[in-house]
Design a protein around this ligand. Sequence first.
Ligand code: ADP
Length: 167
Amino acid sequence: NDILDFSKIEAGRFDIEPDTIKLREFAENLVELMASRAFAKGIGIALLVSPSVPEKIMSDPLRLRQALLNLLGNAVKFTEKGGVVLEIAVAQQGWVDFQVRDTGPGIPLREQERIFGEFEQADAGSTRRHGGAGLGLAITRRIATAMGGTIAVTSRKGNGAAFTLRL
Ligand code: ADP
């Protein structure tokens, strides 16, 4: 599915269709969707929405959902102990930050830019162990850019990762 979707994005068949999103309900649904996978692994999953976050935003619900599910899916996939949090907060100048944090293995500094590239994984054995095509983050970055936003990661090896989608 990632490969097909990526091909479509590359071919320019990629429209952003903004609609009203009830943010809390929307985010609760995503976290609930991931909860069974987290539960099966014995790790926690939580949603934090800061009080200053608007009740509704205009964005493309399908693409925002796809981006956040990519981030949440990775966070759950790579975390064996502890848990995953989706935190939504308002940053300066009207940006809304969607941060997905985990207590997984983290990503070494030298890999942090590369993993947003196509077919890139932080370590070569990853596909064998965790599956994936190395396209999720490339797609997520294209979605962020198409929406006029950004995506960035902070992490230290062994200390979890935090991906922030800023829209
Ligand atoms: P994949 O389908 O392989 O997960 P992604 O583009 O989503 O592809 O991720 C690329 C690589 O980035 C992953 O294979 C993994 O090495 C690394 N990565 C992504 N998210 C995390 C995370 N939360 N913790 C540790 N490593 C991660």
